[in-house]
Ligand binder design. Structure first.
Ligand SMILES: Cc1ncc(C[n+]2csc(CCOP(=O)(O)OP(=O)(O)O)c2C)c(N)n1
Ligand code: SF4
Length: 311
């Protein structure tokens, strides 16, 4: 797809542009689902028509957090659970950026759970990818907020007594205006969902099932999935909150029973994003507060002028 880059030139975009010039050797284990997220994201970018210099990827801490090192764009490998506050700040400073935040289930639903809830509630225009492998991967397989009840690990050797959170329902009830689940075992669906999430104006939450063959062989992330949009067994209106909520409940229960339901669960195209609301009410300027381009001739002073003007 062709698009205008940040300095106004029209050109074709290729997924290989998102591979760093000196490609770092990925330190993910062989067979890790995180490779699937990276691949799907690179494939989705040309569909969205965004260039690396128009894109910011903010990651948390964990195996998943390494994504920003293997993807060429502006990047910020933030601290544990704090990808979303960084992403929000960047989006507010420069609404023209395609902002993607990513991290694990421990990072996003555990330590960063409050940021998840409130970024969704405010409907900030960004895509949030949660690598859901049902454990803490980087720290060697401890029980996480999405581990099933009874899950045995070094932190819960007799089996977890806690019920897992319901990630899709949490996204919906918090206020996310796009909620989907996909899986690394299905690159085509993953690519489509990520492209759609990026094109969505508002907070798009993608629960991305990623297998961890090293620490969590019991998770259902490996088994064939059902796409609720393709299957005749599931008939619900993705624009209807109540129907979406029921469908999410079913998907969340089914996952621990071995049936992986994926697809789009909720889409609200009507609600304005935080930034749109603020611009409509005159509380936020149309132009970015700060911007920097990949252009040798660019007037670097401009970002300072803009900040002065909006003080
Ligand atoms: C404040 C803080 N607490 C704890 C840690 C240790 N730590 C690093 S990664 C991690 C878990 C990551 O798990 P998850 O977010 O599920 O990501 P995954 O590694 O599975 O992709 C933890 C607890 C840390 N880096 N910072
Ligand atoms: S520990 Fe698990 S999540 Fe981390 S790189 Fe290895 S397979 Fe992937």
């Amino acid at each position: 797809m062709s698009a205008f880059n940040a300095i106004g030139e029209e050109r074709d975009i290729d997924r290989d542009e998102f591979t760093p010039a000196i490609e770092p050797q990925a330190t993910w284990c062989p067979g890790c689902g995180d490779f699937g997220v990276l691949k799907a994201l690179k494939q989705a970018m040309p569909e969205v028509g965004r260039t690396p210099e128009e894109t910011l990827l903010v990651t948390g801490i964990g195996c998943s957090g390494k994504l920003s090192s293997y993807f060429k764009s502006y990047g910020f490998h933030s601290i544990h659970g704090r990808a979303l506050p960084v992403a929000r700040a960047a989006k507010l400073a420069n609404p023209g950026l395609e902002v993607i935040a990513a991290g694990g289930d421990g990072d996003g639903y555990g330590i960063g759970g409050n940021h998840f809830m409130h970024t969704a509630r405010e409907n900030h225009d960004m895509t949030y990818i949660v690598f859901d492998n049902e454990i803490f991967g980087l720290t060697k397989g401890q029980t996480s907020p999405t581990s099933p009840k009874g899950h045995k690990s070094k932190t819960q050797p007799h089996g977890s007594a806690k019920s897992p959170i319901r990630p899709l329902s949490l996204g919906l009830t918090s206020g996310a205006t796009y909620v989907a689940r996909t899986a690394a075992v299905n690159p085509n669906q993953a690519k489509e969902i990520l492209a759609e999430a990026m094109e969505h104006d508002g907070f798009a939450h993608v629960d991305f099932l990623t297998q961890c063959p090293t620490w969590n062989k019991d998770a259902k992330q490996y088994v064939p999935y059902i796409d609720v949009q393709d299957s005749d067994d599931y008939d619900f209106d993705i624009h209807d909150r109540r129907e979406a909520a029921e469908m999410m409940y079913e998907a969340e229960d089914a996952l621990y029973e071995g049936t992986v339901l994926t697809g789009r669960f909720y889409v609200d195209d009507e609600r304005p994003s935080y930034q749109q609301e603020k611009q409509q009410s005159g509380d936020m300027p149309e132009e970015p507060l700060a911007e920097r381009y990949f252009d040798e001739d660019y007037e670097w002073e401009r970002s300072y002028d803009l900040l002065e003007r909006h003080k």
